[in-house]
Design a protein around this ligand. Structure first.
Ligand code: NFE
Ligand code: MG
Length: 604
């Protein structure tokens, strides 16, 4: 047994019952989590491990930088497009290529569509079943659900008792057939589920509505990028020409019909986020008002590079300003510079990689990706069947990125904390409006800080960011139309397409607001080829293992001191982990050789 306090202020005690969750499901990629639970069922130690290895950074070496986006975009099919965006930005930065304003607006609309799509799918299809019990919805009085719907969101038209009764009958047929599909394997008799049957019925109904909506949203990617997932990008701009006289049958130019099609999808995103998503998060949260745990690093130490610039290349036009907040001090925001070798560094002391000197971190321009799978002496089990991880040694395929040595959280909650602390009116209004709706429903009097620093706050920030992105996208759309009307239909700058125009040696960095947080790609180009390429990804920050000083990352921190109602049904652990929307495919971007899971399941 050992009790330790980490430099970032968490007391870890690895005595008590060890509970292993592997695989953690309803995430992207492969993840394992081990916790120690004391005699009062409180989590006192947490170990999060990425259990897959990929190697995209290695695959890129020696390739044409103009092709990099197409490789790195395949890091992930969920946050589709954001790696391509960070990549083209990194290459353009290295080669000093300035893209036309229309290309920026189209890229922004694609990025914001991704946010809305990813956040909606995450909340309804990956996270909601941690809070919502579909089996309990069978006990609901559909009239009560109708009243609830009209109370929390009077503008949503689908609210009649008959509508909810039909859905309830659909769920009944599902359950009676014994084929629960996505609702299988839940802990449905666990008292940790707190919603009324009427609220459960409303939420399951919206699960189904969201399935229909998400496939509409992504059509914005098919218009601008040819397809989804993995829309097309281009170094120098976007690969879609504007031709207002264009005939669609003649090869898909961007014409007014297509632009109006996009506008209708943006309007659908605005309506769904305002009338369904945000009211649902607030209504569900009101049933969990006494369970505002799981804050961890969230809103205390946070980081973002800055998001949604109005003007490309001008960080002062970021609509969500970036920076770093440390240790809960919202009065001091440190500027962030991804080029500064002292700021962003990755450590591998507890990661399955080699560095020449593992006491030091490496800035991504000098980053090394060299696998080294070795287990600590206190590991229980074998190399291919770990029973218990030894967190004193290397224990994850995720590296540990740090900002000036500090563990920070990234994601919508970090962006919202930074924007709130820096006085962005739209964000403050949104936070205050949703908080007062929550306080009214729940009969509480929480401050913004208290509400945000929790698992539910992290989930709320994602909903609010979806609304914000939908609204901002309409501004982007209007600006694009204004540019075209003023005679500018340029979508690419190909002046430096030819490698003969490039310097012999150069380097660049590209950042983007990925759905799960700040994303950065760093590239070195030599003799027209990629010499080094490093991605530092949101789930790498949040899912990071311990660093050499012993600081724990955001997933681990969010679990410490969380009470668990039934240790063999750890729904609370899933809630906190899912509130980050983990993507292990992104986090490790770097699968065992035979593609198999490295470890086996104990508790699901
Ligand atoms: Ni695969 Fe990703 C996002 C990136 S990982 S989901 O968002 O970049 O955190
Ligand atoms: Mg990396």
């Amino acid at each position: 047994m050992s009790i330790k306090t980490t430099p970032n202020g968490y007391t870890l005690d690895n005595s008590g019952q060890r509970v292993v969750i592997d695989p953690v499901t309803r995430i992207e990629g492969h993840m394992r989590c081990e916790v120690n639970i004391d005699e009062n069922n409180i989590i006192r130690n947490a170990v999060s491990s990425g259990t897959m290895w990929r190697g995209l950074e290695v695959i890129l070496k020696g390739r044409d930088p103009r092709d990099a986006w197409a490789f790195v975009e395949r890091i992930c099919g969920v946050c589709t497009g954001c790696h391509a965006l960070a990549s083209v930005r990194a290459v353009e930065d290295a080669l000093d290529i300035k893209i036309p304003p229309n290309a920026h607006l189209i890229r922004e609309m694609m990025a914001k569509t991704l946010q809305v799509h990813d956040h909606v799918v995450h909340f309804y299809h990956l996270h909601a079943l941690d809070w919502v019990n579909p089996i309990n919805a069978l006990k609901a009085d559909p009239k009560g659900t109708s009243v609830l719907q009209q109370t929390i969101s009077p503008s949503h038209p689908m609210s009649s008792p008959g509508y909810f009764r039909d859905i309830q009958n659909r769920i009944k047929r599902f359950v009676e057939s014994g084929q629960l599909g996505p609702f299988k394997n839940g802990y449905w008799d666990n008292p940790a589920y707190r919603l009324s049957p009427e609220a459960d019925l409303m939420a399951v109904t919206h699960y189904l509505e969201a399935l229909d909506m998400q496939k509409e949203f992504v059509k914005v990617h098919t218009v601008f990028g040819g397809k989804n997932p993995h829309p097309n990008y281009l170094v120098g701009g976007v690969p879609c020409a504007i031709n207002m006289d264009g005939d669609l049958s003649a090869g898909a130019p961007l014409n007014m019909e297509r632009l109006n099609f996009v506008k209708a999808r943006i309007e659908a995103m605005m309506t769904f986020t305002k009338n369904v998503y945000i009211p649902d998060v607030i209504a569900i949260a009101s049933f969990y008002k006494n369970q505002l745990w799981g804050g961890g690093l969230g809103a205390k130490s946070v980081m973002d590079y800055g998001a949604y610039p109005k003007v490309n290349y001008d960080k002062s036009t970021d609509q969500l300003p970036g920076g770093v907040i440390l240790n809960d001090n919202w009065d001091e925001v440190f500027p962030i510079d991804p080029r500064d070798p002292e700021q962003v560094q990755e450590f591998v002391t507890h990661s399955w990689y080699n560095y020449p000197d593992e006491s030091k971190g490496l800035h991504p321009w000098d980053g090394i990706t060299e696998a080294n799978y070795e287990l600590g002496p206190n590991t229980k089990g074998t190399r291919t069947n770990i029973e218990e991880i030894d967190e004193g040694a290397k224990y994850s395929w995720i590296k540990a990125p740090r900002w000036r040595g500090h563990a920070v959280e990234v994601g919508p909650l970090s962006r919202y904390t930074l924007a709130y602390a820096q006085g962005v009116d739209y964000i403050k209004d949104q936070v205050h409006r949703s908080l007062s709706a929550f306080n009214n429903l729940a009969g509480t009097d929480l401050s913004a800080k208290a509400a945000l620093q929790s698992t539910i706050g992290r989930t709320l920030a994602r909903a609010l960011e979806s609304e914000y992105c939908a609204d901002m996208m309409m501004d982007d759309w209007n600006q694009l139309i204004a540019n075209i009307k003023a005679g500018d239909s340029t979508t690419a700058n190909m002046e430096k397409w030819d490698p003969s125009t490039w310097p012999k040696e150069t380097k660049g960095v590209g950042t983007a607001a990925a759905p799960r947080g700040g994303l950065g790609h760093w590239i070195r180009i030599k003799d027209g080829k990629i010499e080094n390429y490093q991605c530092v990804v949101p789930s790498t920050w949040n899912g990071s293992p311990r660093d050499p000083k012993g600081n724990i990352g955001a997933f681990e921190a969010a679990l410490i001191n969380t009470p668990v109602e039934r240790p063999d049904e750890p729904v609370e652990i899933l809630r906190s982990l899912h509130s980050f929307d983990p993507c292990l495919a992104c986090a490790t971007h770097v699968m065992s050789e035979d593609g198999e899971e490295l470890v086996t399941a104990k508790v699901r």
